[in-house]
Each structure stands twice: as structure tokens, then as C-alpha cells.
Design a protein around this ligand. Structure first.
Ligand code: NAP
Ligand code: G4F
Length: 328
């Protein structure tokens, strides 16, 4: 039976991936950090088919122990400090977790899987943030990196060390360069969910406005449920490789606001949106738009949910959640 070990199981992608792999009949092990992580219980309740293991990307022995217990055929390294703005606040922690954490997992795989014909297939969650101040439009697997945040720098290290271990040790190691992907499981700190949640609360009269930073930034936004399928497909190929996963469309924060407010019948969003210097970044990534040609041609992958569908899904979800809270 196929066995998957997932770091970042308590995050957005970890939950989608666990659901997806469960549907494919995998035995699933999820790594949870901390001595009493409150999100571990949520995983046990919502995903009873996941065996929760204790581990931390900053602690090599714990990763070895997780691998020894799970004996996985596939490892998905989704764990990271993933909030770009936060990475300026705790840059060293970000480098240690998001960057060096990848190296630790690769070393753990070498230790447990053996040096020759290592049977463990490895997926690294690389990011379009690595393109940063973009050198070309759209961005493909061949576009040079120019990260703009401690997070982006850490992801470049994680990406490069994954490629290096593949080339040095013949590991089956893939890196998915995923562009922004969202959905109802997105953390409230990220701009899309912050907006969908606020729009729902404004519609219900429990919040008056929303404070945001730079509204001009453009992102290639897709649906997380579509993107975890691409992760899995990468590990089912004959040869390991790196792939851009994106929709090939870009939209501004203002466009997201427009659609989100329209979904609850508010035609003009401007009176509800304030700008606050706290939410601007020391260095911004102005424009991201991916070229997913390779993923489409070699993996047969394409996104199912489009931009209006994504905004609608998130706003409707948050409206239902916030309404339920009010009726309690
Ligand atoms: P997320 O919701 O923020 O989840 C991050 C996960 O990492 C959480 O489960 C978190 O655990 C875990 N984690 C943090 N520090 C850890 C540590 N020291 N050891 C082990 N686990 C740790 O992120 P996501 O959106 O699901 O993204 C998944 C991965 O894809 C991340 O690596 C992210 O950088 C990358 N990525 C995301 C996107 C996107 O648009 N979503 C795009 C490109 C790449 P706790 O819950 O305990 O904090
Ligand atoms: O939603 P965001 O915080 O996502 P960001 O920075 O693009 O990073 C996400 O996508 C990356 C892939 O490209 C991942 F690697 C990473 O882990 C994460 O999942 O911000 C999006 C844009 C930025 O330009 C930001 O400046 O929205 C702008 N923004 C404007 N006001 C805001 C806000 N972002 C946040 N989080 N909060 C605001 O109030």
C-alpha cells in the first residue's frame, strides 16, 4: 500500500492533500509540531484516517523518527513559516524552518531510505515568491529567481537543495513551484481569506470595514484543491523534475475586492476599505503570473476552479460560517 508522510498537515495544503490521498487509498501520516499543538486535535477529528506523528522541521532526530515510524513511499514537505509578511519579523526562524528544514528532511530521507536506490519519493513545496522582482513575464521553470523577502530567500535555498540532492544522490526529489492557491481553508492572515471573511462579516453587520496594505499587487490565484493534485502527479512520473503550477491569469487585490463585495450584493467596495501602513511590506512582489505549460503537457494537469469561482467559494463559505456563529 502507498504510504505518505506529510509535513504541514495542519495547514491549508496539508488538509487538502490528506483528503486527496485518502481518496486514492493511501495510508497517511501527518507531522505535527509542538508539545500540545491545538490544531492536532482538529486533524484527529476531521481526518481520523491520518496518523498524527510528533515532529519539527527544526529538529532532525524527530524527522528521522517520523520516517522510521511511517515508512513512507512518498514524503510531501509542506511545512514552513509560510506568511511572507511575518518572515521579516522572524527572519532567522523562517530561514531555519522554511530553508534548512528542507535540508534536514532530505538528510533524514537519506539516513532512513539508504544511499542506493532510495525508495522514498520527495516533494518540496517551492513557491512563486522565489521569482519576486520578476525577470520575465510569465514566469516558467526557466525564469531566474530574485526573492524579495526572507521567506522567498529561504524558499530559494529549499528549492536549490532539493535539485542538488536529486543530482548528487539520485534521490527522486521534485519541486513544485506553486503560485498562490487559496480556498476556505486558507489562513485568515492571507489577503484573500482576510477579504472573504471581512466581506461576510460586513454583510452581516458585525464588522464595519477592512484595513489592507498594497491594493495594486497582482497574483496568479488558483484553488488549493486543484493544486494538491499536481503535487501527487509529480511523484507518479518515471523521472523526478520541477514544475510551475499556476492558472496563467493574474488579478489585482482590487479585482478580488470587486468580486468579493459583489458576491454579497455590494456594488461599490471603496467605502468599506481602508489602507493601513502596517500591512505594507518592506519590499513588494508586484506581479506574479505563471506559465503552467510544462505541468499541462507532462503531468496532464489543469486547474478546474477559475478566479470568479474561487472568490465565490470563499465568500459563500465565510458567509455560512459567520451566520452560524450569529445564530448560536
Ligand atoms: P500554511 O497553511 O501556512 O501551513 C504551514 C504548515 O507548516 C502548518 O501546518 C504549520 O504547522 C507547519 N509548520 C510551521 N513550522 C513548522 C515546523 N517547524 N515544523 C513542522 N511544521 C511546521 O501553508 P499552506 O498554504 O498550506 O502552504 C503549504 C506549503 O506550500 C508551505 O511550505 C508554503 O510555503 C508553500 N506554498 C504555499 C503557497 C500558497 O499559495 N498556499 C504557494 C506556494 C508555496 P502549525 O499549524 O503547527 O503552525
Ligand atoms: O495573501 P498574501 O499574504 O500572499 P503572498 O505574500 O503572495 O504569499 C502567499 O503566496 C506565496 C506564493 O506566491 C506563498 F509562497 C506564500 O507562502 C503565501 O501563501 O499577500 C498577497 C498580496 C501581497 O502583495 C500583499 O502585499 O496582497 C498584498 N496585501 C495587501 N494588503 C496584503 C494585505 N496581504 C496580506 N496578507 N494582508 C493585507 O492586509
Amino acid at each position: 500500500m502507498a504510504r505518505a508522510l506529510i509535513t504541514g498537515i495542519t495547514g491549508q495544503d496539508g488538509q487538502h492533500l490528506a483528503e486527496f490521498l485518502h481518496g486514492k487509498g493511501y495510508e497517511i501520516f501527518g507531522v505535527v509540531k509542538g508539545q500540545n499543538n491545538p490544531r492536532a486535535q482538529q486533524i484527529r477529528e476531521e481526518f481520523p484516517f491520518v496518523e498524527v506523528l510528533s515532529g519539527d522541521l527544526t529538529d532532525l532526530p524527530s524527522l528521522v523518527s517520523c520516517l522510521e515510524t511511517a515508512q513512507p513511499t512518498e514524503v510531501y514537505n509542506l511545512g514552513a513559516i509560510s506568511f511572507v509578511h511575518f518572515s521579516w519579523t522572524q527572519a532567522e526562524l523562517t530561514a531555519n524552518t522554511t530553508g534548512l528544514g528542507v535540508l534536514r528532511m532530505l538528510e533524514a530521507i537519506r539516513m532512513v531510505g539508504g544511499q542506493q536506490n532510495n525508495p522514498i519519493r520527495f516533494y518540496q513545496a517551492s513557491s512563486s515568491e522565489m521569482f519576486g522582482k520578476v525577470r520575465e513575464v510569465p514566469q516558467s521553470e526557466l525564469t531566474p529567481f530574485h526573492p524579495r523577502s526572507p521567506y522567498g530567500c529561504a524558499k530559494v535555498f529549499g528549492h536549490d537543495i532539493t535539485v542538488n540532492y536529486r543530482e548528487s544522490y539520485g534521490l527522486y526529489a521534485c519541486s513544485g513551484i506553486l503560485f498562490n492557491h487559496e480556498g476556505p481553508r486558507r489562513g485568515l492572515e492571507f489577503v484573500t481569506r482576510k477579504i472573504s471573511n471581512a466581506v461576510a462579516r460586513i454583510k452581516l453587520g458585525v464588522q464595519s470595514d477592512i484595513s489592507l496594505g498594497n491594493l495594486d499587487a497582482k497574483r496568479d490565484w488558483g484553488y488549493a484543491g486543484d493544486y494538491v493534485k499536481a503535487m501527487w502527479l509529480m511523484l507518479q512520473q518515471n523521472e523526478p523534475d520541477d514544475y510551475v503550477v499556476a492558472t496563467g491569469e493574474t488579478h489585482s487585490i482590487e479585482e478580488f475586492l470587486e468580486l468579493a463585495f459583489a458576491e454579497v450584493g455590494i456594488a461599490d467596495w471603496h467605502p468599506y476599505v481602508k489602507q493601513d501602513p502596517r500591512f505594507f511590506r518592506p519590499a513588494e512582489v508586484d506581479l506574479l503570473i505563471g506559465d503552467p505549460t510544462k505541468a499541462r503537457e507532462k503531468l496532464g494537469w489543469k486547474p478546474e476552479v477559475d478566479f470568479p469561482g474561487l472568490v465565490r467559494m470563499m465568500v459563500r463559505h465565510d458567509l455560512a460560517v459567520e451566520s452560524a456563529k450569529l445564530s448560536k
